[in-house]
Design a protein around this ligand. Structure first.
Ligand SMILES: Cc1ncc(COP(=O)(O)O)c(C=O)c1O
Length: 467
């Protein structure tokens, strides 16, 4: 294999020194690269509107009380180096909140701040993986898990493939499939589990998590439990934490942070909960990598859950007022999720969408549209990646392709409904429905509804969810 990774070779960037061959295994998160393409199409003015369903970013803005704490901290000149792992009081506030919500004792020594939720993925791989060790990632799943697992442990990545019901096109993570992987492979050191999940918007409930805990006891592996969307859950569903299962605190590295729940993606503020000995290792990495999360943000991190005093300045908790504000965001996500799922299901059986359970994603199957001769041969759309590109460049609809999230995502399209309801979600659904209806008709099939019925049907759903 060439030592020049494809992503450099594609741009004719060929270093004249030998570089780390493992770079061949480093993937990416398409949301960022494709996001740049969406911006380019948007500013080309080819379309009056580009409807944005590709974003992994939040629609709502950071709650004002959080911004006010940050402004005050800057006015107080809280600008020097901060504590590498997070000030003890800040970690204590997080630990207390986590103990209450997870129903298990978590100490400040189990908490570390980090720049965003993401860094813990790499820290865990660097700390725990020895040559020959294996990592299990969900397929489809958040692509950074697979990318970094491949980079650090090429060949050692096992995929927990979602089971696909061919008739309904629905996906499900079955514990028996995970169990089989563990029986067939030794040296599994880590399992990465994300619920509510990006990209599917599906949740893994208590019963399955308890069954996974049994597997942890039997096979002795660690779990990166990623519940960064833990508060964004719908229809009375309750998020269940792996930490809540007796004994699992010793086996869990919990990725969480402020990005999604608190609409703070660009701040880069996250934290992890892990056994104390791992926090010691991660702290050492933090010192080697980024020194500290900036001091102003540490104050914010603490104030979201309690009071903070630092260097003679007092900062009051904003917990109650922030929670009230974000609860409204979650209600809006829920309405949009149900609206988008119902709207896409108007295209059944050609497009089949799952139920919105949590996070702000849906993962409908477009397989039957991709199977049309017209689509394959006339439009030359051979895969979900081609479909994603066609939707953007020819129709002004930005989505991500399912296979950006793993092999099991083939034939699916990821819709994020984080963006504004009136500017993107409602008009964008009208547009996608009309586009697909045209594809069905041009393929000589009878569409489940006519283009001229779209306004009325969407109007009904708008009435159902938003009035
Ligand atoms: C499942 C999942 N985990 C982790 C992250 C990373 O979060 P952060 O932006 O806080 O690093 C994301 C972001 O999209 C995500 O979807």
């Amino acid at each position: 294999m060439s030592h020049i990774p494809k992503f450099l070779a594609d741009k004719n960037l060929e270093p004249n020194v030998s570089i780390n061959p493992a770079l061949n295994y480093l993937g990416t998160e398409t949301a960022f690269g494709f996001g740049a393409e969406v911006i380019a199409v948007d500013s080309s003015n080819k379309f009056e509107h580009v409807y944005k369903f590709h974003v992994g970013d939040t629609g709502p803005k950071t709650p004002q009380p959080i911004i006010d704490v940050a402004i005050q901290a800057l006015k107080d000149k809280q600008t020097k180096y901060g504590h590498f792992a997070g000030y003890p009081q800040v970690c204590d506030n997080i630990a207390k909140h986590w103990s209450e919500t997870r129903g298990v004792e978590i100490k400040k020594e189990n908490v570390m701040l980090q720049p965003g939720g993401k860094p813990v993925i790499e820290l865990a791989f660097q700390a725990l993986l020895a040559p020959g060790d294996k990592v299990i990632v969900q397929d489809p799943g958040y692509p950074v898990y697979e990318s970094l697992a491949e980079f650090y442990n090429h060949g050692g990545v096992l995929r927990w493939k979602a089971y696909k019901n061919e008739e309904t096109q629905t996906l499900e993570y079955r514990v028996e499939d995970l169990q089989k992987l563990l029986q067939e492979n030794d040296q599994v050191k880590l399992l990465c589990v994300n619920t509510p999940q990006n990209p599917t918007g599906m949740m893994i409930g208590q019963e399955k998590l308890e069954a996974i805990a049994e597997l942890v006891k039997e096979h002795k592996f660690y779990v990166i439990f990623d519940d960064i969307y833990d508060q964004i859950v719908f229809d009375g569903r309750k998020h269940f934490s792996f930490l809540s299962i007796p004994g699992m605190i010793d086996w869990t590295i919990n990725l969480n942070g402020y990005s999604k729940n608190y609409a703070m993606t660009g701040w880069r503020l996250g934290f992890m909960i892990a056994p104390e000995w791992l926090i010691e290792i991660f702290g050492r990495f933090a010192i080697n990598k980024w020194s500290n999360v900036n001091r102003m943000e540490q104050i914010v991190a603490g104030c979201v859950f309690g009071d903070v005093s630092l260097d003679g300045f007092e900062y009051k908790s904003v917990k109650t007022e922030v929670q009230e504000l974000i609860n409204k965001d979650f209600v809006e996500y829920e309405k949009k999720g149900m609206f988008v799922s119902d709207a896409l299901n108007l295209l059944k059986p050609y497009v089949v969408c799952n139920e919105a359970e949590g996070a702000f994603y849906l993962f409908p199957s477009f397989q039957r549209v991709l199977d049309f001769d017209y689509v394959k041969n006339e439009l030359n759309i051979k895969s979900d990646v081609d479909l994603r590109n066609w939707l953007l460049y020819e129709k002004g609809i930005a989505t991500l392709s399912g296979s950006d999230f793993g092999e099991m995502g083939q034939g699916y399209i990821r819709f994020s409904y984080a963006e504004d309801r009136d500017a993107h979600v409602i008009p964008g659904m009208k547009q996608i429905l009309k586009v697909v209806i045209e594809l069905i008709e041009k393929s000589g099939q009878e569409p489940p509804l006519k283009a001229e019925e779209v306004e009325g049907k969407i109007g009904e759903l708008v009435g159902k969810y938003f009035s």
